[in-house]
Design a protein around this ligand. Sequence first.
Ligand code: ADP
Ligand code: MG
Length: 697
Amino acid sequence: MNEVTSMFGSMVFDDATMKERLPKETYVAMQNTIKKGKHLDIDLANVVANAMKDWAIEKGATHFTHWFQPLTGITAEKHDSFISPDGSGRVIMEFRGKELVKGEPDASSFPSGGLRATFEARGYTAWDPTSYAFIKDKTLYIPTAFCSFAGDALDKKTPLLRSMEVINKQTLRILRLFGNTETTSVKTTVGAEQEYFLVTQELFDKRPDLIFTGRTLFGKKAPKGQELEDHYFGTIKPKVKEFMEDLDEELWRLGVMAKTEHNEVAPAQHELAPIFSTTNIATDHNQLTMEIMQKVARRHGLVCLLHEKPFEGVNGSGKHNNWSISTDNGINLLEPGDTPAENAQFLLFLAAIIKAVDEYQDLLRISVASAGNDHRLGANEAPPAIISIFVGDEIAAILDAVEKESHVGSKEKELLRIGVHVLPKFPKDTTDRNRTSPFAFTGNKFEFRMLGSSQSIGDPNTVLNTAVAQVLREFADELEAADDFKSALHSLIRRTIKEHKRIIFNGNGYDDKWIKEAEKRGLSNFKTTPEALAHFMDQKNIDLFVGNKVMSYNEMKARDEIMFENYCKILNIEALTMSDMARTQIIPSALRYSGAVADTALKKRSLMPDIDLSYEEKLLGSLTSLINKADAAVNALDSKLADLKKLSTVNEVAFAYKDKIIPVMDKLRAAADELELITAKEYLPYPTYGELLFGVK
Ligand code: ADP
Ligand code: MG
């Protein structure tokens, strides 16, 4: 073993470690729990817990924690030490099965959207044995799901696990129809490419907006941005390189398969891509990745910005969610295949995804909606806010031929019959070049590109899994009832293409013509978070989640409330930070500069009474008028914020932030940025875009 292979997963209680450390029958029972979801009884849990503890202590751990993903979108943990009194005034290190299986964090301050009354404020965490435990910061981390005492999910993980179960069940029904008897379980797989910015800690510390909101609320563009495209895949600066090496090592120890590190389009922007894994593990790993990125950056005197839009005028950061469905016997169901049967099965899954994305386009949009992501989606860099699918020209031609029952290729004389003919090969490379599509087929997986860089990938994957599972359920119902499978399959695929082809778009998603075209096709275009969220509780969405038992009505209602609330909270912090910076930094420094200009003018005049002071006068005039504009905007902002108190529901408040507060924030920023443009550098209250974006050497 070389250094990397022995380091990889060294802090993970993974399969190899279990095999080595658990008695044979316990290991087998654990496998059944992990792979088939079988219940693990308490005696066996005791054995597992004890082995985990011994292993963790050997690796230097003293504490354990149930690690969970509350609706805040980040992770939470509460540490307990392993110590336990031994009865003689000393301690032993102990970890029991029941502590492994269930925890009761005092979690009354996590958002519950009204799901938890105060008398049952505690909630509990339940071990997710399908995601391995690991050691970080001398603590054994146990991935868990987080629920209220009544059993309502209070986290992002529980619905995700439920959605994986539903898609497993429905996919198996389809596979059986195609004569597959070997596959016993199906899992969705995800590789989440993560974008981020790095700035120096020294400069970061001077910007209250970065400190409080993760993004710059003021700042004029630097003379150089991303126009030369010299940063994308460019040489990595030494300091960034050191950071990336350190980051890879930490992630590898935790079993995160960090694979690719490169520079992104904007200056100071970078990306990390992992090798894909099962969706719930990919979700845990993405959370870990974001956390470790921030931690490692600090060690290098840097700060990692995960915000969707840290800087105006250069690209923001997203997350590409590569998604596929794989069987336990190693078949990727989105791989087109070589035989007519494989092709037919592929086309059925493709049709299911097309239908699912079309029917639940609003939910997919909602699953990526956040105040931060509103700066990206549709803003000419990320995909537009309209959901559409890119399939590439080859597949588009095949779908077209199936729909019209015409020929593909020139020689073929017979009609294209699904399940009879071999489809032309899809060259993988040609499917991957449309970077503007929000949902693109990339050869053997789909890439959902609308996710914001800071968000949990839990929600989008829950929606994707559930929506596709629902359509597969409808397909299976229809096909199981058919007398002639092949012809039922053919007409089902044909009908689905006909009914849902409006969602397919292979052109340029940034083009204005597409916006109009999409409107004609009846596709939804929710430009902002409140507009999207307003559709979460639509009846068809309730039917989807409740019908598939992925979320109960109450769990949805709670989430609805929390999503609106999060949006309001973020905007409130941004508005307050802006107001504060304007009053205590921007206006005072512009005044100081005005004073200096006025002093200079007075001195000049006292020396030379007839001197031309038109420059100073013009400058003073501009400074004064911009100071007045900024002051007026700050006052308007404060009074509009006060007006929000008159509103009664969180939905109304969210729309008021969008319609009333954001426009005033924009006005304030415009005045402040113009001031920055004409203020001498030494009077500026904080580092500029130029310094921030080009400050890491
Ligand atoms: P590309 O170079 O076209 O972007 P890659 O093969 O490099 O494609 O994959 C990009 C991301 O997609 C990686 O994170 C990778 O692990 C992930 N990925 C590849 N295959 C799958 C799959 N079957 N399911 C989920 N993610 C996948
Ligand atoms: Mg990508």
